[in-house]
Write a protein that binds this ligand. Sequence first.
Ligand code: DX5
Ligand code: ZN
Length: 215
Amino acid sequence: MPIIAPSLLSANYLNLEADCKMLNVSEADWYHLDVMDGNFVPNISFGPMLIEFFRKATTKVCDVHLMIVNPENYTEQFKNAGADNLTVHLEACHHLHRNIQQIKSLGMKAGVALNPHTSVSALNDILHDIDLVCLMSVNPGFGGQKFIPYTLEKIKLLRKMIDERGLNVKIEIDGGVTIENAPSIIAAGADVLVAGNTVFKSVNPIETIKQLKSL
Ligand code: DX5
Ligand code: ZN
């Protein structure tokens, strides 16, 4: 069964408590929390302060996706805010290996995210050091975009790389995941489905999460 990680970027910020309560009673596994700096991506979302509130609202895994430059300057803040998983973008890191070691030394799981144009082969020399790969299936910055079909090829390739090396690295797919395309994403070898609009804009989010989980 896939791990379901609703993206709170699409939640109702006038009533976050209600959305947290909904997620807590749902079959969602992780809270996916998108941090944007208006520099690495053309949008600004939220930072550690809000993550501290989410941390207090749930016992589920807080999966923090950093779309920021110089993530090493904030790693400790995100740890203190309560992040369980911390994912940095390969394209945003000059010293990815050092950043990964820093994340792990603070006791968090370490993830690397790849933009749609970045080949999974760029992970060759870091794959054995990480816990999670977040493959972006849209250009990061906004919820509600359309899934880029070529991502399926990237998932298959990455699945092969992970399995051939006998590694325990999760593949997370982020962007444009729907009830319709989720089966092919899972069949290609994904472990974690991020879903923002599909969950929060649906008439019955709890039921939608249940459907995603049962695929
Ligand atoms: C995009 C974010 C995603 C986004 C997904 O930059 O990283 O997590 O919220 O939203 P949907 O599922 O609506 O594409
Ligand atoms: Zn994300």
